[in-house]
Design a protein around this ligand. Structure first.
Ligand SMILES: Nc1ncnc2c1ncn2[C@@H]1O[C@H](COP(=O)(O)OP(=O)(O)OP(=O)(O)O)[C@@H](O)[C@H]1O
Ligand SMILES: [Mg+2]
Length: 179
């Protein structure tokens, strides 16, 4: 989860997030190109959330569920380095019962049918509850990659586009070395 500060989030995005929280218009689907601050925005909301907030990288979640299906359970490291053993039901309980769930980076790989099934189940478990999903995929691309059923659920709240330039490159300079 990236370190982030609120004063670097565009004011319109802050207002939109406040609005979503007040009106409970979940999920928040944050999309845009790389380096626009999507994960940082999700990390900020995660940090200030008043009840238990759970963060999953989408690829991590998919691989954990698949490990459970293969081996019966998966060992997951907590923030303090301790490991916990989860069954598939335990993983879904954890994400269903969180105060806030963040699913970071959906769609970095072309999904399989199993990926779509797992994610649809996770998103269904969050129906009406606080959920933030980040992605590089625009709504129409999400629809194309994941199908209308999952896209419809993810876009039912507030799709928020973070535009601007790649912030990772703000201080990046080409170093030229001549021999
Ligand atoms: N609110 C913020 N506070 C501090 N730094 C930020 C903030 N937003 C963006 N940045 C800077 O920009 C970089 C990229 O932000 P972030 O990782 O959130 O982008 P992203 O849109 O999730 O990118 P990707 O699509 O590649 O996952 C961060 O590593 C950080 O240096
Ligand atoms: Mg990101």
């Amino acid at each position: 989860m990236p370190a982030a500060s609120w004063n670097l989030v565009p004011p319109d995005a802050v207002r939109e997030v406040e609005n979503i929280i007040q009106r409970s218009r979940w999920p928040l689907y944050v999309f845009g190109q790389q380096g626009r601050g999507k994960s940082c925005l999700a990390a900020l909301v995660h940090q200030v959330w008043p009840s238990r907030a759970v963060w999953f990288d989408v690829s991590e979640l998919l691989s954990q569920v698949k490990t459970c299906r293969r081996d019966g359970s998966v060992d997951v490291a907590g923030p303090d380095g301790r490991t916990f053993e989860f069954s598939e039901a335990g993983l879904f309980d954890r994400l269903a019962n969180a105060g806030l769930l963040v699913l970071d980076d959906i769609g970095i790989r072309t999904p399989t049918d199993v990926d779509i099934e797992i994610l649809t189940r996770a998103v269904n478990a969050r129906a009406g509850k606080p959920l933030i999903v980040t992605s590089n995929l625009k709504p129409d691309e999400l629809n194309q990659a994941f199908g209308a059923r999952l896209a419809s659920r993810l876009l039912a709240g507030v799709p928020l586009c973070l535009a601007g330039s790649d912030r990772r490159l703000t201080h990046s300079q080409v170093v030229e070395v001549r021999s």
